[in-house]
Design a protein. Structure first.
Length: 131
């Protein structure tokens, strides 16, 4: 049972980390509540965060669904209830999250080009020349 709890705690830390990575401002109390929550309690904490920051609703939902895909329907419903004016943005965020999971299937899609230098196979972070 301890291993199960540890895994759950790590998953919820992932939700907190994801929210912060998406630029969502969390108070220490909010971060602690989200990190310690699981299942429906996590959904409730996400809804409370949406209610407190409705202008960030889509971002909050995207971050939460990204780390908790099995709770996406509950997160979406609770977020819409918490910020009804953001319903379209919330639904779009959930849909985008679902599409990105379908596309990735565990594979990473390159987001930047790494040109080789002198054929050595190395890369640089400089922008490649169009020539």
């Amino acid at each position: 049972a301890a291993a199960l709890f540890a895994g759950q705690a790590m998953a919820d830390q992932a939700t907190t980390d994801s929210l912060q990575a998406y630029g969502v401002q969390l108070s220490a109390a909010q971060a602690a509540a989200i990190t310690s929550a699981e299942g429906q309690q996590l959904v409730n904490e996400i809804a409370a965060l949406v209610a407190a920051q409705p202008e960030m609703a889509a971002t909050i939902v995207a971050a939460a669904v990204n780390t908790n895909p099995s709770l996406s329907a509950q997160i979406q419903a609770a977020a819409i209830q918490a910020a009804p004016g953001q319903e379209a943005a919330i639904k779009a965020a959930v849909l985008a999250g679902q599409k990105s999971r379908i596309l990735s299937n565990g594979e990473k899609i390159p987001t930047s080009s790494m040109p080789s230098i002198g054929g050595s196979g190395g890369g640089t972070t400089e922008v490649a020349s169009p020539n």
